[in-house]
Design a binder for this molecule. Sequence first.
Ligand code: PLP
Length: 389
Amino acid sequence: MIPVVMPTYARADLAFERGEGVYLFTGDGRRFLDFAAGVAVNALGHCHPRLVKALTEQAGRVWHTSNLYRVPGQEKVAAKLVERTFADTVFFCNSGAEALECSIKMARRYHYAAGNPQRYRIICAEGAFHGRTLATVAAGGQKKHLEGFAPAVDGFDHVPFGNLNALRAAITDETAAILVEPVQGEGGIVPGDPDYLRRLRATADEFGLLLIFDEVQTGMGRTGTLFAHEQAGVTPDIMGVAKGLGGGFPVGGCLATAKAASGMVAGTHGSTFGGNPLAMAVAEEVLDVMAEPGFLGHVRAMGALLRAKVEAAASRTPGVVAEVRGLGLMLGFKPVMPNTEMVARLAANGLLTVGAGDNIVRLLPPLIIDESHVDEAAGILSRTFDEVK
Ligand SMILES: *Cc1c(COP(=O)(O)O)cnc(C)c1O
């Protein structure tokens, strides 16, 4: 008999009743250090007092009005995103996949509006992840996500991530855009070389293509800057964000330059829920907390500390961990055993982590962790590595 909740996930048998800061608690009183953070979503931890206040105050005013009317919260959040990024304009949606759908549609529409409707193809990277809608699974190009859902949406070409020559060779007169994650997340925490990202920008300019960065996972402070591309010193034309933007409230955004968005006139795209007042109240507060002096410096400091401690734990127990990699607080390590088994053992010892491609175990803690949380995580990692060595 099929479960009442459709069984599309391989879930751990854990259910949480309460969250507080960096900790989650089960109904039967077990406490977990949460270095999964809802897959890089709970950027400010659980039940951050300022987010609770912003959400509950808005809940007492108005929840939803639709995009038939102006939504003042959208105007405020968009202005803050525009002020802090390359972007001139923002479309609000509810998830990462929708942020990428908007990015893909915008790239096609840009060339259509410029009189080049034949330019619709997007060059993507092998190992990418952009979401689970029909277009975004085609953009991701992963066999396991496409199987059984044929025909795949047309218009995506894949080249190895990090290989500029292969990418340039894939450009044709039908190419509209280049789409990559600055650090591949689901693919297994694979940082794009800053020089590669800079050359993607130059290549896009050379061929009149739009450069799209998927910062759904890397964005909102995760890598130690508000957006990961800042560290390479380049800007995209279009960027998808979600995950950390709402700190746990579902919200996404598609940011773009005026030029890239020039085809997105009234009627070209929409969403009933996108950017509703509740989502905007929380997103504005998330942005305000992240804009406070020292916030991103703290992420960089904690990222460096956590990485050093994971490396130290790994080197104390040779033969357990093959590699540690990542950027800021988007870290991963590659156990010698299957990552699913490592994730389960860590959870049994009280530390929540997330698996990823290439047998990686991801460490994606809330960005508000302090040294005590890093020490506690390092202790659990050491103990678990001892158990399995
Ligand atoms: C999670 C993720 C998505 C999809 O986000 P959803 O909210 O699950 O639709 C897209 N791109 C990247 C890089 C992601 O990490």
